[in-house]
Design a protein around this ligand. Sequence first.
Ligand code: SF4
Ligand code: SF4
Length: 248
Amino acid sequence: MKNRQNIRKFLLLISFILYPITFFILSPDLLLFGASEKIVAGDILFFGLLFILSFVIGRLFCGWICPAGALQDYCFVINKKPAPNKLNWIKMLLFVPWISFFVFLAIYFGGFKQVDFFYKRAFGISIAGATEWIMYFMTVALVVLMAALTGKRGLCHYLCWISPFMIIGGKIRDSLKIPSLRLITKPDLCNSCGLCSRVCPMSLPLDELIKNGEIGHSECTLCSTCIDSCPKGVIKFAFRYSQKIIKN
Ligand code: SF4
Ligand code: SF4
């Protein structure tokens, strides 16, 4: 469905244009500063919201809204090679120390006394001066460099500090047997053309995954590119339990 991809690309474009405004809400910096001043900052509130939403819509944010995701999609013109999935664990490894440091700061400084969504952001706008612009362009450079060096959505695979919240949320959701938005498949219809695997922005081996009756991969961002590319209508959205739960 071409319209769906146009809507998705439009949302990503708007999000990327607004990135200088939303920059700190999506960065891990403020929550650390906030914890040292007993303040719950906007970014941890946003990450918490994504964690809760992941119980229902998985990683839809990554495929449809994330400005860094949008920038990486634009980097397909530099490097359109698949990024290897076997090193995805790196981002989970990096997640542990910084989130542990946040917990340490919160405990060391005696907890929180205030919630401030606009903490350190005048009128809610992230970029207010030269320092913030430098941080912004350094982040943009990192995203582009990762995409150029490692392939499609390289930062999503190996360095993203936000996706672990949604990946962990998805694991908890499945262990609690909660239904959610998923990609289900009808393997019998597949002619093994391999198109879905070639177009997947997350470089997932879809021609293999579809045999399970659902995609069910923690790196799937529900972007629906595979659905809209498949000539046989093998893949569809559905709101239901994971295939493992249904089988049991
Ligand atoms: S499996 Fe499909 S929906 Fe998931 S990331 Fe790949 S193309 Fe997007
Ligand atoms: S694009 Fe459709 S028909 Fe082709 S391999 Fe993927 S699921 Fe099968």
